[in-house]
Design a protein around this ligand. Structure first.
Ligand SMILES: [Zn+2]
Length: 245
C-alpha cells in the first residue's frame, strides 16, 4: 500500500484527458461537462424533485444542495463536497495516477474496460473516490470522498487502495482524517474478489490509525471523522490526550 507504486490491479491511467494532481476542484468540475438529471440543475430557479416547490438556486446552494422547504438532497459530487468542506483552493489530490484495470475481463451489458472509459469521460474522475489533503480553517487534514455517479460509487480496487493510502498517510503524518462515504454502492462486481478484499484493507488501515492515537467517530450516517490529540495547538478535538502518538 503506502510506498508501493501501485496495486496489483490498478494500473497507470490510459492516455486521454488528464486532470493534473492538485487541480482546483472547480477546474475538475468544469472539466466534467454537462451532467443531465444530476446535481442542482442549471438556472436561476429550480424545481425541487421532493416537494415540487420552485427554489431560488442560490438558496439551495447555501444549504449545500438541500431543499429549504422539504429537505430533499440534490446530488453532490465528490469535487463539490471537497469545495464545501475545505478552504478554497487548498485541496491537493493524492494518488491521482491510480486508475482501474480489468483483471477479470468482465462483461455485463458492455465490457468493463469500455464502461470504465465511459464513466471517466462522463464524470471527470478516474474512479469513484477522490482523496488528498487540504486545509480547514488553515489546519491541514486528510480527506477522502466517494462519488455515487461513478458506477454507483462502488468500491473497486482503486477506491480501496486510495482510501487505504489516505488513512496510512493520515497516520504517518498525524493528520485529522475525514472520509465522506457518499456512495453506498457496495463492492464492485466487475472486479470480483479483488473488490471484496478492499473493505478489509481499509478497515485494517483505520484500525492502525486508531491504535496510533487518533480517535474517530461517526458524525453522521455518511461521514467519519478522525482527530489527532496534538495535531495542532489550536485544534480542539474530542480525542483523549493520554493516547497521543
Ligand atoms: Zn423540496
Amino acid at each position: 500500500m503506502e510506498g508501493s507504486p501501485q496495486t496489483t490491479v490498478a494500473s497507470p491511467a490510459p492516455a486521454g484527458p488528464v486532470i493534473p494532481p492538485g487541480a482546483d476542484p472547480r477546474g475538475r468540475l468544469a472539466a466534467r461537462g454537462p451532467r443531465a438529471k444530476r446535481g442542482v440543475p442549471e438556472g436561476l430557479w429550480l424545481k425541487c424533485d421532493g416537494c415540487g416547490a420552485t427554489i431560488y438556486r442560490k438558496e439551495a446552494e447555501e444549504l449545500l444542495n438541500v431543499c429549504p422547504r422539504c429537505g430533499f438532497h440534490w446530488y453532490v459530487s465528490a469535487a463539490q463536497r471537497i469545495e464545501q468542506l475545505l478552504d478554497a483552493g487548498t485541496f491537493e489530490e493524492w494518488d491521482a495516477n491510480l486508475a482501474p484495470a480489468d483483471p477479470l475481463g468482465f462483461r455485463d451489458k458492455k465490457p468493463y474496460a469500455d464502461r470504465i472509459v465511459a464513466e471517466q469521460k462522463r464524470t471527470g474522475l478516474r474512479d469513484a473516490a477522490l482523496t488528498g489533503t487540504g486545509m480547514i480553517r488553515a489546519r491541514r487534514v486528510a480527506c477522502g470522498v466517494t462519488d455515487s455517479s461513478f458506477i454507483m460509487g462502488s468500491m473497486g480496487s482503486v477506491v480501496g487502495e486510495r482510501l487505504a493510502r489516505l488513512v496510512e498517510r493520515a497516520t504517518a503524518q498525524t493528520l485529522p482524517l475525514i472520509i465522506v462515504s457518499a456512495s453506498g454502492g457496495g463492492a464492485r462486481m466487475h472486479e470480483g474478489i479483488l473488490s471484496l478484499m478492499q473493505m478489509a484493507k481499509v478497515s485494517a488501515a483505520l484500525a492502525r490509525y486508531s491504535q496510533a492515537g487518533a480517535s474517530s467517530s461517526p458524525c453522521s450516517p455518511i461521514r467519519r471523522w478522525g482527530a489527532w490529540p496534538r495535531a495542532s495547538p489550536r485544534s480542539a478535538t474530542s480525542a483523549s490526550p493520554s493516547r497521543g502518538p
